[in-house]
Design a binder for this molecule. Sequence first.
Ligand SMILES: C[S@@+](CC[C@H](N)C(=O)[O-])C[C@H]1O[C@@H](n2cnc3c(N)ncnc32)[C@H](O)[C@@H]1O
Length: 532
Amino acid sequence: MAEEEEHLQQLRSKATELFLREEWKDSIDAYSHFITLCTQKTEKTSQTHTHSDPNHLQKLRRSLCIALCNRAEARSKLKDFHSALQDCNHALALDASHSKTLLCKGKILLCLNRYSMAMECFRTAMLDPQNSECSNEYLEKCKKLEFLSRTGSLDLSDWVSSGFRGKAPELAEYIGGVQIKKSEISGRGLFATRNIDAGSLILVTKAIAMERSILGGIDPSEEAQLAMWKNFIDKVSDFVRKCPKTRGLIGKLSNGENEEELEVVDVDLFRPESVENVKLCDEVDMGKLLAILDVNSLTEDAVSANVLRRNNDCYGVGLWLLPAFINHSCCPNARRLHVGDYLIVHASKDLKAGEEITFAYLDPLCPLSKRKEMSMTWGIHCKCKRCRFEGDVLSKQEVKEIEIGLERGMDVGGVVYKLEEQMKKWKVRGKEKAYLRASFWCAYSEVHRSEKSMKRWGRRIPTLDIVVDSINDVVGGDHRLLKVLVEDFNLKKNSGGGLVEMEKVFKLGREVFGKVVKKQAMKTLLELCIGD
Ligand SMILES: C[S@@+](CC[C@H](N)C(=O)[O-])C[C@H]1O[C@@H](n2cnc3c(N)ncnc32)[C@H](O)[C@@H]1O
């Protein structure tokens, strides 16, 4: 008996030592060994009641509770949140008021963005004077995040005003008025359930996994990209293995095949607090997982990420679950912004209830042929209204000549003039005119930048603000259009005018960056936009 006690004592000391040295994996193994033996001993003792010390059972339970709590903490350090939570629940079943476990469980729930549940833990942990100060700090943080996640009232102003320097602001997951439905574009899509005005927040989602790499230069080597992609896959598969909920949800994403037959998923499953309702799936095989990542992963190419990348050549790839239901359109109505591991999606046009929310997976200010080429990498064959219209027009000899002329370095003013004249002849108006202008944006912007071209063509082609307005109407906010407007505004401001232009700039600014910043921070963004 004494030998058994001594062995347990030694095991516990070894596990604690490893834990204090932050050797998480080894300490988990040592605690697991201790927990198994201690559980057996506890059961035996409680069955026989033969031990002379009446406090013995209580001591064993206490040791078991502490060991489970420490293993939970070690597991959470390795991001094995599911098993860590199980340990916490087991420990709390032994002692419901064990404040260290309550604190540990609260922190894990906070990492999983389950704010209300975390708050409960911190409130109870506060009852222990030893942990009350720390629990209170966490409780306050949790309250703020819970409010953010309920209301979506995000404000990135301070961070933006500092030029994205320093620590990114604490964000919370938020799901606005959206639902997943069958889409006419392909498979399932994300739809607005209420009217959402341009600039308003739609979603804030934390990545399942992200990999960032300092790739150096604008054209990183294939080797560096492959290494980053491999690390990313390892991270996702590790997470999927450890977390049944994530496994269940990833299994619902498209792998690019038979999309029309895929199940329409309830958006509530993606709320961090609604864990228990997910129908768990045992396994996602590696082949399917790779296909899913291929179809649904996003690179960090949004504006804030670009700014970050400019500072340190950082480049990232990640998987965000709910945004993975957003289909592509060449006339998108939503944009994304990256902040840390979070993806922020906002409306870049006014959305009507019932309307499908779409991103541009590829540059919408490109000619159809280029867009087709780029969409091959996504494995999609876009059949949006714009592509269908341009497909018809492009078969016309005159447009072919315009394209060839551009490729051969023909005077851009002449190209724009010819295109505008042809559109008049074919009676192309409104949106359709904007489709073609968007496709030839390069030529429009170049001619307006060149004094020489403007002298020659200026009076025969539409002004830049007419072009920007019409393109903006179909592609939603775009930073290149914004840059033009800001430059125009600066010119007019210097000659004493510019109020109307300023209003336009701020409107387009909200479409490009979202309403997540105050006016002062928007000015910083506009300056960055010009500098690009
Ligand atoms: C990120 S998923 C979007 C959600 C997907 N429709 C679903 O049901 O899960 C990307 C896949 O959707 C399809 N897709 C998205 N936009 C498309 C478009 N404009 N045209 C054709 N297919 C599209 C393609 O199969 C693509 O690989």
